[in-house]
Design a protein around this ligand. Structure first.
Ligand code: MF3
Ligand code: CO
Length: 256
C-alpha cells in the first residue's frame, strides 16, 4: 500500500528535507582534498544533533548486511556505488568523486537525499557521469505528477542514462518515504515490468535516486557486507531527492 500524506504531513517532511539539504550543502564544502570521509560524518552528526533530529541511517537494520548501519552518512568514493562507510583513513584526493547520502527524522517524518561531489579537478568523462546522473534525476522529478505512472519516472532515468552511454545499477532502487525511511513503492531507475505500475496521486512522496555507472551495470558487495562497488571498477555516481506529488506539480522537499 502506498501511503499518501496530508498537507500538514508534507510540511513536516519539508522540514526534514530542508535539514538534509543544509547538511549536504555544508558537506559539499567539507569534501576537499585532504579531508577524510570521517570528517564529513562528524560534521553531519553534529548538525543533526544540533537540529534536534534523529539520523535516519544509524541503527537502521539491513537484512542483507545482517546488522544495523553504524553511521549517519554513506560516503561512497569512486567505484563505490552506495553504502560506503565513513573512515578516518579514507582521505580524499584530487580526481576523486564522493557520493554523500544522508537522511534524518524530524517530528516523525523522514527526509533522504544524496549528492556526488568532485574533489578538485576530475576527468572529462567523470564530469559527464556526474552531469548525466544529475540530469536524469531532474528529468525524472518533472515526471512526478498526478496522473502520471510510476514507470514514467523510472523510464525517464533509464532512457537519459543509456542514451548517454552509461549504465543503471539494478540491485538498488529508490523508494516511497514518510513515517518510514523505506515505504512502498520501490522506485527502480529502470522500467521493471515485474513490478506494478501505479498511477501517481497527490500526497505520494517518492525518493528517486539514480545510481549510474560509467562502465558496466553490475554491482558487487565488498567483504565488509555493506559497500557496493562496480564489478568492473568503473566510477559510479548517485543523486537523490524526495519529491511530493501536489496539485501544483512536483515539490522537491529536499531543496529550497
Ligand atoms: N539513502 C539510502 C536509501 O535510501 C541509504 C539507506 S541504507 C542505510 O536506502 F543502511 F544506510 F541506512
Ligand atoms: Co533513499
Amino acid at each position: 500500500m502506498i501511503v499518501r500524506k496530508t498537507a500538514a504531513e508534507l510540511e513536516k517532511m519539508r522540514r526534514s528535507g530542508l535539514l538534509v539539504w543544509q547538511i549536504l550543502q555544508k558537506l559539499k564544502e567539507t569534501a576537499v582534498e585532504g579531508a577524510s570521509t570521517m570528517d564529513l560524518e562528524v560534521t553531519a552528526a553534529k548538525m543533526i544533533a544540533d537540529a534536534g533530529a534523529k539520523p535516519a541511517f544509524q541503527g537502521y537494520y539491513v537484512p542483507a548486511a545482517g546488522e544495523a548501519y553504524k553511521f549517519v552518512l554513506c560516503t561512497s568514493v569512486n567505484q563505490e556505488i552506495v553504502h560506503g562507510m565513513p573512515n578516518a583513513k579514507r582521505v580524499l584526493k584530487k580526481g576523486d568523486i564522493v557520493s554523500i547520502d544522508t537522511g534524518v527524522k524530524l517530528d516523525g517524518y523522514y527526509g533522504d537525499s544524496a549528492i556526488t561531489v568532485p574533489v578538485g579537478e576530475v576527468s572529462e568523462q567523470t564530469q559527464k557521469l556526474l552531469r548525466v546522473t544529475q540530469e536524469s534525476l531532474e528529468l525524472a522529478i518533472d515526471r512526478v505528477r498526478s496522473g502520471n505512472r510510476l514507470f514514467d519516472v523510472c523510464g525517464t532515468v533509464e532512457e537519459h542514462v543509456e542514451r548517454n552511454g552509461f549504465s543503471i545499477v539494478r540491485e538498488y532502487v529508490g523508494h516511497g518515504i514518510g513515517t518510514q525511511l523505506h515505504e512502498e513503492p520501490q522506485v527502480p531507475n529502470y522500467v521493471d515490468r515485474k513490478n506494478e505500475n501505479p498511477r501517481l496521486k497527490e500526497g505520494m512522496v517518492l525518493a528517486v535516486e539514480p545510481m549510474v555507472n560509467a562502465g558496466r551495470p553490475e554491482a558487487v558487495v565488498m567483504k565488509d557486507r555493506w559497500t557496493a562497488v562496480t564489478k568492473d571498477g568503473s566510477y559510479s555516481a548517485h543523486f537523490e531527492h524526495c519529491i511530493a506529488v501536489t496539485e501544483n506539480g512536483p515539490w522537491v522537499l529536499t531543496r529550497p
